[in-house]
Write a protein that binds this ligand. Structure first.
Ligand code: A2P
Length: 281
């Protein structure tokens, strides 16, 4: 069972498959097959994940119809700027053996700690993203890891608003302010690491609600995100858990449950601050 979100002419599945750190070709092939079979259509990758070629093989060797998939990719920090982002996208298209991406995202904003002209760099990269969109190479464009100040600067220059802002979000890191800001600007939040990288699943509040709902703590995390209007892209290499992570449409959390989860203090995750990012990788 899966559902789509439709906003401003864009349509995107609201549960997707994350592929960060999954590079082994046979494993990725199995994961993609398992995910497709239980209803996943959104697959999230990035140039920096070094799995675009393996993903392309997984899709073709499993005989999956391209037009049914929603392929989302990201440009890495070394390809910022109007020209470089277009070149990077074309390279990714070649690796993925496709002539369009369903969505293309800027992986990290240029950091104010490293660049005094960070806003200008982001605006220039965004112009390249808009060009790719106009040329039909990508069907939706967005950003990742943008905080409010990054978005504010980008929106001053952007002709087309980002459709998505992909950020780490999960119980314990509820991104309240950013979510309110993005809702206000009609930018959809896509939660990366919606299970807190697996580190938050022993949290007692999540377990108490899971027991009561006869669901797993992971399903509670994902449902919490969905009820906030967020897209979730959990990662798993286990077929049972891949299936479990999309079986989140047959129950609801009450307002009280949501509030309890909102109040969980930080209890794990990836925790990279985009203003502190030194150009890793
Ligand atoms: P595994 O691949 O063994 O399933 P996130 O998506 O937040 O980054 O979390 C990914 C981590 O959570 C992985 O370590 C993954 O391990 C684990 N995971 C994914 N789905 C579930 C689930 N339903 N229950 C428990 N752990 C899960």
């Amino acid at each position: 069972m899966r559902e789509n979100l439709i906003r401003n002419g864009n349509q995107i599945p609201i549960v997707g498959l994350g592929t960060w750190q999954i590079t082994e070709r046979n494993l990725l092939k199995e994961i993609v097959r398992d995910a497709y079979d239980v209803g996943y259509r959104l697959i999230d990758t990035a140039a920096a994940y070094s799995n675009e070629i393996a993903l392309s093989k997984a899709i073709s060797e499993n005989g999956l119809p391209r037009e049914e998939l929603f392929l989302s990719d990201k440009v890495w920090n070394t390809s910022r700027g109007y020209e470089a982002v277009q070149e990077a996208c074309k390279k990714s298209l070649k690796k993925l053996k496709t002539d369009y991406l369903d969505m293309y995202l800027i992986h990290w904003p240029a950091s104010p700690k490293l660049y005094s002209n960070w806003a200008e760099i982001n605006a220039d990269t965004w112009r390249g993203m808009e060009r790719l969109y106009k040329d039909g190479l990508v069907r939706a464009i967005g950003v990742c890891n943008f905080k409010i100040h990054h978005l504010e600067e980008l929106l001053k220059e952007a002709e087309k608003k980002p459709f998505i802002n992909q950020v780490e979000m999960h119980p314990g890191l509820n991104q309240k302010e950013l979510l309110n800001y993005c809702n206000d600007k009609d930018i959809v939040i896509e939660a990366s690491s919606p299970l807190g990288n697996g580190q938050i699943l022993s949290n007692p509040v999540l377990n108490e609600i899971a027991t009561e709902k006869k669901k797993t703590p992971a399903q509670i995390c994902l449902r919490w995100g969905l009820q906030k209007g967020v897209i979730v892209i959990p990662k798993s290499s286990n077929p049972e858990r891949i299936k479990q992570n999309i079986e989140v449409f047959d129950f609801e959390l009450t307002e009280e449950d949501v509030e309890k989860i909102d109040n969980i203090p930080y209890c794990g995750g990836i925790g990279i601050d985009s203003d502190e990012v030194v150009e890793f990788g």
